[in-house]
Design a protein around this ligand. Structure first.
Ligand code: TXA
Ligand code: MG
Length: 402
């Protein structure tokens, strides 16, 4: 693959041979891990039903050293961040990054975020004019490490495949000790999308990654459940602009308090597709229809009526929302409460975990209660609206996802 010139729009990266690193993987699989119960309990004479990647404890320096080595050698390493788990590759290695797109089955027009160990590396990867923008210094000082991605004009050292041919690159310093130790030990910037397959839910636990990607990755570092639970807030600061590309784990209000109003891009507008390719369609396309409905709204009442034979799941914003939904209809085959008190930070932290559980509950449809559209609630509502919109699409119309 002729990497840096690779036009992401026209090319689909090839799947690497599945046997890559098999020997090392076999060795690693024997190492004790947090999630090794099913592996240890397995009859060694029988192959596993489904190949699993080695899962190593993220808080062990030995695991970090192995993972860093894998990254430097062009491998794919899944690591925890405070938002969601990332599927990492050396951002300076176009071949390794191509494998990320292949493992996720992600369309090549959607750029990846480059993760840095600290803000001092921004000038190495972003054009000087943008790296020296005082707003960048201000946001970095205030919110990094943290769930904020800054999109700046890129330097040539970042291969085109990372940014899907865009002249800009998304940079972020994650707030997770395992992520930072890994990036530091690898000594390279790490390109990493969320560690889920295209069209699937983002993972907030190592087990989600193992179930979703299996042996498509070389190694998973387990850091326990992700604290923030929704992906980073993405803002464009290139060439003097300031636009919100994706609401996420850092409240927009907090960013605006530092640098003033952000431009808001309208979904579906041509300019939006150009500046924020990841917004071209649905975020997560559930295989189960999902509707947003407030149990206290009489007009939404039909959504809560469960017909004979139907298995309906309810995603409650709070304990009170659950009670209201159970009064309005039901019985529900599964209920997930995002936060007992209806707190939006708690809701964000539980969102993907709750959706993973509902998705596994053999439901005919999901009804989701809206959360307040403020602070991190905006990120939650963004994900739920996209899921609802995707569920309403014609089934043969592919939903664009990350
Ligand atoms: O919290 C997060 O951001 C997680 C963790 C792993 O860091 N990563 C993540 O990556 O959510 P991904 O690839 O699933 O979503 C990245 C989003 C996409 O919508 C992509 O289009 C946007 O960031 N993005 C990245 N680089 C961009 C660029 N140069 N211009 C515009 N949008 C960009
Ligand atoms: Mg994603």
């Amino acid at each position: 693959m002729s990497a840096p010139e690779l036009d992401g729009r026209a090319t689909w990266p090839r799947i690497r041979p599945a046997v890559r690193h098999r020997v090392e993987r076999a060795i690693l699989r024997e190492m004790p891990t947090r999630e090794d119960a099913p592996i240890r309990g397995r009859d060694p004479s029988r192959p596993p039903a489904r190949p699993a990647p080695p899962v190593l404890p993220g808080d062990d320096p030995g695991s970090i050293a192995i993972a860093a080595e894998r990254l430097r050698a062009g491998g794919l390493v899944v690591f925890p961040t405070e938002t969601v788990y990332g599927l990492g590759a050396n951002a300076l290695d176009a071949r390794a990054v191509a494998h990320v797109f292949a493992a996720k089955e992600r369309p090549a027009f959607d750029p990846l975020i480059v993760h840095l160990a600290d803000a001092s590396a921004v000038g190495t990867y972003a054009e000087m004019e943008d790296a020296d923008d005082p707003r960048v210094a201000r946001l970095a000082a205030r919110f990094w490490p943290g769930p904020l991605t800054l999109v700046l004009r890129k330097r040539a050292v970042i291969p085109g495949i990372v940014t899907a041919g865009l002249p800009t690159v998304g940079l972020r310093v994650p707030d997770h000790p395992v992520a930072r130790a890994l990036i530091r030990a690898a000594g390279v910037p790490v390109a990493a999308p969320s560690a889920n397959r295209f069209g699937h839910l983002s993972p907030t636990r190592a087990a989600h990654v193992v179930a979703g990607l299996g042996s498509r990755v070389d190694l998973v570092l387990d850091g326990g459940p992700c604290r923030v639970g929704v992906e980073s807030t993405v803002i464009l600061l290139a060439a003097g602009r300031a636009a919100l590309l994706r609401p996420g784990g850092l409240a927009i209000e907090a960013i605006e308090a530092e640098i003033g109003r952000l431009e808001v891009l309208v979904d579906g507008a041509p300019r939006t597709a150009e500046l924020a390719p990841g917004r071209a369609g649905a975020h997560y396309a559930p295989r189960i229809p999902l509707v947003l409905a407030d149990p206290r709204d009489p007009e939404a009442a039909p959504a809560f009526v469960v017909r004979p034979g139907e298995r309906v799941g309810f995603l409650a914003a709070s304990a009170a929302g659950r009670a209201a939904a159970e009064a309005a209809g039901g019985p529900f085959a599964a209920v997930e409460v995002l936060d007992a008190n209806g707190d939006v930070v708690g809701a964000a932290a539980r969102l993907f975990d709750a959706l993973h559980s509902l998705q596994a509950a053999d439901l005919s449809r999901i009804v989701a209660e809206p959360v307040p559209d403020v602070g991190l609630g905006r990120a939650v509502m963004d994900r739920l609206r996209r899921a609802a919109r995707a569920a309403g699409d014609a089934p043969d119309e592919p939903a664009v996802n990350r």
